[in-house]
Design a protein around this ligand. Structure first.
Ligand SMILES: Cc1cc2nc3c(=O)[nH]c(=O)nc-3n(C[C@H](O)[C@H](O)[C@H](O)COP(=O)(O)OP(=O)(O)OC[C@H]3O[C@@H](n4cnc5c(N)ncnc54)[C@H](O)[C@@H]3O)c2cc1C
Ligand code: FES
Ligand code: FES
Length: 491
């Protein structure tokens, strides 16, 4: 067991312990290391000005060699206890000798910067795209920069800068570092858990804090059993925002970052099983081929920086009634795997929420995976997210609609709406009404009227209750026009 975190920044090795590990990466970079090229504006993952690259050991290739995979992250909502055995690259490390990096030069040439406050973040997001060898098209650049906001230049010049990059080869940002040394260092330390305990003085009151980074599920489960009030951190994209905004002050953190047992997606004849440490980016990639309906939702979920860290398990445990994964999980009747020192149990998602943010999960349980049954390709499934902005916005209303047909009649229907109550709701009366009906416009018009009666949404900053009621009705017509009209013609 170690009592310090091992972190590389721009090729330099740091051992971090005690209170130093309990701070955001952006604070560490700016205040401890003086790397002030990384800017902080919102401190909640929304603006991207704090974007840096994080490199972690990936799975070995066919020759058994591993390399560091680099991704963009928001450094304001990644805490150091999440970054053990990671290599951080900041904007300061891009230039080669006195030569600025081609991405920076492209921004200069296209006049992609005015006050410049957002610029390092844009440059690092483009660097992340280059590392993934993404082809720069207008669409890919717009998607890749979803998590970066600029309030003075506008976006056209920045997009021009990115598109101009394809004309010349861009060196990898990792070329300036001795990756072999970093990799062999990580390979040794990744086998050791980290535990740090320290005392902090808060307005004259002493507080004991601790963080634990286990390297196996057994260690994680045992730590949770032996300690009270453990705050579990997966991607940290919900929890770190709450810490930054001082809504919570956790004093015992357990970071799941090294639990490689939970990093896989398994597919067998019956189930798709997604480990609790699988990121949204990894799930999105899987769904593009295997589950396009969920891939569409993931495409408009948050930003690349958030998706590179956040997890499906975190989305479920955070228990927001507008969490974008839930309508899908409800209509597919997914199951959540809960692991505790007593063993493993599976709980159907429709029984997982007992009220607003109240989970049917014991304090000593961890979500270890989520699974759902493979669907018949003829089944109809459609997922909806309604928000004021298309990208990087919180949902106003979400819906999942699933239908199985038999002899041109609806045999099974499942409907789940989010944003219309304290938890995501199934609509049993509407589902009952749809049973044995034909796929006609009249069926869905009537179903919409019943669905409206089954919910009691409230008005809030995102929309009025009336708007949500209208959506509850209209979404069924949208479903008919998108999925059923076509089906009827086929039949
Ligand atoms: C800028 C921004 C944009 C966002 N956009 C969206 C969006 O479009 N749609 C959406 O639905 N959400 C969005 N979110 C919310 C968030 O990104 C998601 O909910 C994400 O899936 C959370 O996953 P995480 O791994 O980061 O969770 P964490 O922050 O690590 O944890 C969230 C909660 O889950 C608990 N937890 C995590 N893992 C486990 C586990 N294995 N077992 C038990 N408990 C666990 C934690 O203790 C915590 O209570 C956004 C957040 C930000 C900051
Ligand atoms: S400061 Fe805005 S995303 Fe980090
Ligand atoms: S150049 Fe000023 S915020 Fe983007």
């Amino acid at each position: 067991m170690r009592d310090y975190l091992l972190i590389y920044v721009n090729g330099r090795r740091y051992q971090v312990s005690g209170a130093q590990g309990f701070q955001s990466l952006s604070d560490f970079l700016r205040y401890d290391l003086g790397l002030v090229g990384t800017k902080v504006v919102c401190a909640e993952g929304d603006c991207g000005s704090c974007t840096v690259l994080v490199g972690r050991i990936g799975l070995p290739n066919s020759e058994g060699d591993s390399k560091l995979n680099y991704q963009s992250i928001n450094s304001c909502i990644q805490y150091l206890y999440q970054l053990d055995c990671a290599h951080i690259i900041t904007v300061e490390a891009l230039k080669n000798k006195e030569q600025i990096h081609p991405i920076q030069q492209a921004m200069v040439d296209a006049m992609g910067s005015q006050c410049g406050y957002c610029t390092p973040g844009f440059v690092m997001s483009l660097a992340a795209m280059q590392e993934k060898e993404e082809v720069m098209t207008r669409k890919s650049v717009q998607d890749g920069l979803t998590g970066n906001l600029c309030r003075c230049t506008g976006y056209e010049q920045i997009i021009d800068a990115a598109l101009n990059l394809d004309a010349k080869p861009v060196p990898s940002v990792t070329e300036n570092f001795d990756e072999k040394t970093i990799l062999s260092d990580f390979a040794v330390y990744l086998t050791q858990a980290v535990f740090c305990e320290f005392e902090e003085n808060w307005n004259g009151v002493a507080r004991k804090l601790k963080y634990f980074v286990p390297v196996s599920l057994a260690e994680a489960v045992s730590f949770q059993q032996k300690n009270d009030n453990v705050t579990v951190v997966a991607g940290g994209t919900d929890i770190s925002v709450q810490i930054n905004k001082e809504r919570i002050e956790p004093d015992c953190i357990m970071s799941l970052v090294h639990l490689s047992e939970l990093k896989s997606i398994f597919v067998d004849e019956q189930f798709v099983t997604v480990g609790a440490r699988v990121s949204w980016s990894e799930l999105g990639k899987f769904c593009q081929k295997n589950l396009p309906q969920l891939a569409e939702i993931i495409a408009i979920f948050a930003s690349p920086q958030i998706k590179n860290c956040g997890t499906l398990a975190g989305n479920i445990a955070n228990a927001s009634p507008i969490a974008d994964s839930l309508p899908f999980l409800y209509v597919i009747e997914a199951e959540v795997e809960l692991t505790s020192p007593d063993g493993v149990r599976w709980l159907e998602i429709n029984q997982f929420y007992q009220g607003y943010k109240k989970l049917a999960m014991n304090p000593d349980e961890l979500i270890t995976s989520i699974r759902w049954q493979m669907q018949d390709p003829d089944d109809l499934l459609k997922l909806y997210k309604v928000s004021k902005r298309k990208d990087l916005d919180i949902s106003t209303f979400t819906a999942g609609i699933y239908i199985k047909m038999n002899n041109n009649k609806i045999q099974i229907s499942r409907l789940a709406y989010g944003g219309v109550g304290p938890v995501v709701l199934r609509l049993p009366e509407t589902e009952q009404f749809l049973y044995n009906k034909a796929l006609t416009l009249e069926t869905f018009l009537q179903a919409g009227k019943i669905a409206r009666e089954e919910i009691q949404p409230i008005s809030d900053v995102r929309s009025s209750a009336d708007y949500r009621l209208q959506l509850a009705e209209n979404i069924l017509m949208k479903f008919y026009y998108e999925c059923c009209k076509h089906q009827v013609k086929k039949a």
